[in-house]
Design a binder for this molecule. Structure first.
Ligand code: GDD
Ligand code: MG
Length: 324
């Protein structure tokens, strides 16, 4: 079994941070979003092709420096090819069937069970579905008997959404799905290809526990909370000499003596949180500095950012090296 991971998006909803850091390398609950996605792959996956585009070199350098559990290979595209074009470009050596994963979704799912379901029911694919209240940012499925998907609409107007069950960005597809993608141009798999594949049998696999698309600051922080609550954020103890509850996932080389922490915090390498400062429900990336008596809540501080003494940062995303 092989896997294809789509990782070429621009991360526009996380700008300015994503001007320098691809969304998939933002650490949540102690490690980059991409690595939480790769953790979902069952043991024994032979190879993972990462279909990269935006910031492809950074992703390539990162996976070389931090090899994931399963062997990965990056397949960059010279210009953005969309989800379908990226699949076509990177899918040459895929197994039949293969796993298709978006690189920005955090979920509790047993992908081996999804594969077993797929083998039992047959058809061209099995798509994990999450139930959400607001379907507008997603692809929405209509379900028939045996959870066969009878219609699929990408980002419909609410009145046109056929259900509240959306494409979770985690699926098993047979290779025939790759053959259906037109070559040599940008293609949206969800808009242009999936609806045409329905006659060949696409089935839903309903997720029972948590799911989130980490594509906006609020959802990224929500995904971090879910991971910590599920014990996927490591031991979560606060740094030495600090006060408060945590959970905090701190990289080696963070200093936070005399600082305090609330729940759900990631601290990158070389972060300095000075005495009297407080951080909660936030991501503080490598080399950032939160100075004396500052207060940081529900925020994402990019690499080498600096929060000046006494400042309050609430609900903000700071791009690399920003000062406030
Ligand atoms: N290689 C490549 N090339 N990858 C791309 C490209 C591209 O041009 N564009 C986007 N991607 C990657 C992104 O990095 C992400 O991992 C995945 O494809 C989906 O792109 P997003 O931009 O995050 O799409 P979305 O969140 O609006 O919608 C998608 O995900 C939803 C679930 O989170 C769709 O698949 C929806 O149907 C789905 O509900
Ligand atoms: Mg997304």
């Amino acid at each position: 079994m092989k896997a294809l991971v789509l990782i070429g998006g621009f991360g526009t909803r996380l700008r300015p941070l994503t001007h320098t850091v691809p969304k998939q390398l933002i650490p949540i609950a102690g490690k980059p979003v991409l690595y939480h996605v790769l953790d979902l792959l069952p043991p024994g996956v032979e190879e993972v092709a990462l279909a990269t585009g935006y910031k492809a070199e950074m992703i390539d350098a990162y996976v070389r420096a931090h090899p994931p559990k399963c062997p990965v290979r990056t397949v960059p595209e010279a210009e953005p090819l969309g989800t379908g074009g990226g699949m076509k470009n990177a899918g040459g050596a895929m197994s039949d069937p293969f796993y298709l994963l978006n690189s920005d979704v955090i979920a509790a799912v047993d992908l081996a069970a999804v594969l077993a379901h797929h083998s039992e029911r047959g058809g061209i694919g099995t798509m994990c579905l999450a139930e959400v209240a607001d379907t507008r940012p997603y692809g929405v499925a209509a379900l028939g008997p045996d959870d066969r998907i009878t219609a699929f609409v990408e980002k419909p107007e609410p009145e046109q959404a056929p259900s509240h069950w959306i494409n979770a960005g985690l699926a098993v597809w047979s290779r025939a799905a790759l053959d259906a993608i037109p070559p040599g141009r940008a293609v949206s798999f969800e808009r242009e290809v999936v609806p045409n594949l329905l006659p060949q049998g696409l089935y839903g696999f309903r997720l029972a526990r948590y799911w989130e698309d980490a594509g906006t600051p609020e959802r990224l922080l929500n995904a971090q909370r879910m991971l910590f609550d599920d014990g996927r954020g490591g031991r979560g103890t606060i740094p030495r000499g600090a006060l408060g509850t945590g959970p905090v996932a701190a990289a080696p080389g963070t200093t936070a003596e005399g600082a305090s922490f609330g729940k759900y915090v990631t601290l990158g390498a070389g972060v300095l949180v000075e005495p009297g400062a407080h951080v909660e429900n936030s991501i503080v990336m490598d080399g950032a500095r939160v100075q004396k008596d500052a207060f940081v809540s529900s925020s994402i501080l990019g690499p080498r950012t600096r929060v000046h003494p006494g400042h309050r940062v609430v609900g903000q995303t700071l791009g690399e090296a920003a000062e406030i």
